[in-house]
Design a protein around this ligand. Sequence first.
Ligand SMILES: Cc1ncc(COP(=O)(O)O)c(C=O)c1O
Length: 399
Amino acid sequence: MLVCDGVPLEPIAAEHGTPLYIYSAATIDERYRAIDDAFAGCPHSIHYALKANSTLAIARRLRALGSFADANSGGEIEVARRAGFTPSQIVFTGVGKTMAELGAAIDIGVRSINVESAGEIERIEALSRERKTRTKIAIRVNPDVDAKTHPHISTGMKINKFGIPIDEARQLCAVTRGRPNVQVVGLHAHVGSQITNMEPLTRAAAALVTLARELALDGTSIEHLDIGGGLGVSYDGSPVPGADEYAAAVLPVLRPSGLEIVLEPGRHIMAPAGALLTRVVDVKGPFVVMDAGMTELIRPMMYNAFHRIEPVVLTDAPSSSVHIVGPLCESSDTLGKDREIPRPNVGDLFAVLDTGAYGSVMASNYNRRLMPAEVMVENGAARVIRRRQTLDDILALEL
Ligand SMILES: Cc1ncc(COP(=O)(O)O)c(C=O)c1O
């Protein structure tokens, strides 16, 4: 029988219902600390990427571990604040920040706004002038590095919408230097997610260091290099680089700069810390229909992502190859194709593994389905950290 930190899953699902996200507090702690330890030899701060999973209890847990926050919207900044992060512990990233979001970030005084364009610098300058303040910014550069990951989570090539082309960044900093209301304090690059080949991360780090040196020659001295997130995980059980290999790939390049390193990991900490529990609602032909689908976990449909799907209670029923599908009115609503599993019965419980990142945060109400509940297992017990949504919760917004 599958367990989470020694706690059997079946009774948790029986008590809280399915679909249900379940997280291991111990795994979150362990994976955060692994990154922190791997970078211990160099001044650094970890700004956990809230976009991976921003359920309040998880954000609070990371804060308690010593993490800072990377927020990607006004909403995530607000969640960070409610989770107890101070403004100086928050960096604000995002390709399309609105004036309202920028104004709010300037008002509270975040550590840095990671800027995406010359126009955005103008807008921050204008908003800061009105407020008679000086706002700290980091230039998000697009280093034109292929992260060799799925195209939908590749962000560091010229063809991607993210960042300022690296060959324009020096000139932009020269123009920005004379401005009284903005101060360039950092350089930022995030070239993609689920990266398992360290070479693109080394190249992106090297590009930041080279640019920082050029800026120093021009008279712009910055405080930090933000190398984004991106470190991948193993979804199929095959070996992938961990925090130590990541540090070994980037630190030799970064350390000589003498600058503080900012990291924005999300997936690497959270993906293996979570599973989605779901029950079989029907078995017909080659299809096993579950009570969870694209509304709870869209990764298989959006990125063709693979997640292991395991029966929670092992049986000796003969195995066969099936398609594990969701209940939604979409043919794409498939959690796993051609999976060899023991022939299940209606009501059997399955765990979709490694779904702690980009799982619950991407859930939707399509087909008027309710957002799943979430529980955290800690010290041998499971507690609800987000209750299941009700139809009344949804309809409360409608007039
Ligand atoms: C700017 C930025 N930082 C950090 C992250 C977190 O990435 P990951 O979850 O791959 O660590 C992302 C996600 O794509 C991002 O866009």
